[in-house]
Design a protein around this ligand. Structure first.
Ligand code: UDX
Length: 433
């Protein structure tokens, strides 16, 4: 079993560290955030992810995972394989901000006292590995092999995805380094794709761009369904059964959010432009996604010319269910637009993290959000909303209330028979024609 260091205990790093420890490796997770490290040492996860607390407890008890800050001396902290899993946020021009990655790489090159395999887990643009090798790792006193090993974890399913990954992608110039990293995952039995570094980096962006394209494509078809009177549920089922298309990622609605798709599609567009290539399809994917989240506001404004006198409930703040993550969540664009239209806005989400909502209020129960409202916009398809007693909701709301089902997740018939005007994306409803 290998001695592994994971630098960065954010979403990607922590899952990577805990899962590697669980399959038997000795893992040290390192982060500059002293409070986070203290929490982790106490067995508490700083992020909300299904199953993570249990796995953390199990691996801590096994003694195979420890947590440290760099102040404890890098030379003590390096195993033979060092994963870099720090953030690559979006900078103002749409490019990925690599300052954290560069800082970690520089400190590895400076402090390493024995040969290392450095594995990039952070999502970095194609070409980054080559640049780091030429400009940073070449100056180290010891041999450093560089490997790209992108992650494909969905928030809310990250542990399951780690174990049941469709593939492990490993990009390396040295075969021995690729094999060392592949061996870490040998117990998973997943296909391993070994490539050069730039191809592995590209696989990550191409995967996210393709999935985003699938979502924007089905959203365009759903919009067309609204114009021509077809039903997107049937259309998606009908095309998804074709194995060449596949049924996943064909849920139409108000579009994708989260920490990956919006950032990675913009970054890929930026890289393409930088390399002299106009990636028109990707630009359209991004535009369609930006437009899609306007739909609830457009339709409510049309249905209620006096929207400025009405209350609207926004159900869901996280970018999807099973996560408290609100990054790039469609709800965060919808709320200010509703406020701009003059509506009073009450938001409810069962677990989403703290978020700036301007003049909108955040309430503790779905019933408070719905009380006195003329419309409810479903922005996140939490089970609580699918299972809601909509007759009770109806009784709390004003006459002829609208439900805008931004995730096509609710039972249209049930809502209509409870007395709602139902609107969705590409489904039969009031807003068509
Ligand atoms: C994604 C990728 O799936 C994962 O492989 C990558 O490593 C990180 O980015 P994540 O952001 O956690 O994972 O969420 P995902 O479940 O992929 O959903 C992303 C967004 O797309 C959500 O806002 C979701 O609501 C939306 N979505 C997804 C749709 O609108 N329709 C769909 O059919 C699927």
């Amino acid at each position: 079993m290998a001695r592994v260091t994971v630098i960065g205990t954010g979403y990607v790093g922590l899952i990577q560290g805990v899962c590697l420890a669980d399959v038997g490796h000795d893992v040290i997770c390192v982060d500059t955030d002293v409070e986070k490290i203290a929490m982790l040492r106490a067995g508490r996860s700083p992020i909300f992810e299904r199953g993570l607390d249990d796995l953390l407890a199990k691996t801590i008890a096994s003694g195979r995972i420890t947590f440290a800050t760099p102040s404890e001396g890098w030379s003590q902290l390096y195993g033979d394989i060092v994963f870099v899993a720090v953030g690559t946020p979006q900078s103002d021009n749409g490019a990925a901000d690599l300052s954290f990655v560069r800082a970690v790489a520089a400190s590895i090159a400076q402090e390493a006292t024995h040969p290392l395999t450095v594995v990039m887990k952070s999502t970095v643009p194609p070409g980054t590995g080559a640049t780091l090798c030429a400009r940073v790792f070449a100056d180290a006193d010891v041999r450093i092999d560089y490997v790209s090993n992108p992650e494909f974890l969905r928030e809310g399913h990250a542990i399951q995805d780690w174990y049941e990954t469709d593939r492990v992608v490993i990009g390396a110039d040295a075969t021995a380094a690729a094999e060392r990293v592949a061996a870490l995952y040998s117990s998973l039995g997943s296909p391993v794709v070994i490539t050069d570094v730039a191809s592995a980096e590209t696989i990550k962006y191409a995967s996210n761009a393709f999935l985003s394209t699938k979502i924007s494509f089905i959203n365009e078809i759903a919009n067309l369904c609204d114009c021509i009177g077809a039903d997107i549920d049937d259309v998606a089922r009908g095309i998804g059964l074709d194995k060449r298309i596949g049924s996943h990622f064909l849920n139409a609605g108000i579009g994708y959010g989260g920490s990956c798709f919006p950032k990675d599609t913009r970054a890929l567009d930026f890289i393409a432009t930088l390399n002299g290539y106009d990636f028109d399809l990707l630009k359209s994917v991004i535009d369609v996604n930006n437009r899609q989240r306007l739909l609830p506001v457009i339709h409510l404004a049309k249905a209620f010319p006096d929207l400025h006198r009405r209350k609207v409930a926004v159900l869901g703040l996280s970018f999807k269910p099973h996560t408290d993550d609100v990054r790039e969540s469609p709800a965060l664009d919808i709320v200010p637009l509703l406020l701009q239209e003059g509506a009073r806005v009450a938001c409810y989400d069962p677990i989403a993290g703290n978020v700036e909502l301007g003049a909108a209020v955040r309430v503790d129960t779905v019933w408070e959000a719905l009380d006195g409202a003329s419309a409810a916009v479903l922005t996140t398809e939490w089970q609580e909303f699918r299972d809601l007693d909509w007759s009770r909701a109806r009784a709390l709301m004003t006459d002829e209330p609208i439900v805008f089902d931004g995730r096509n997740a609710l039972d249209r018939e049930a809502l209509v028979s409870a007395g709602f005007r139902y609107m969705a994306v590409g489904r039969p409803g009031e807003h068509r024609g």
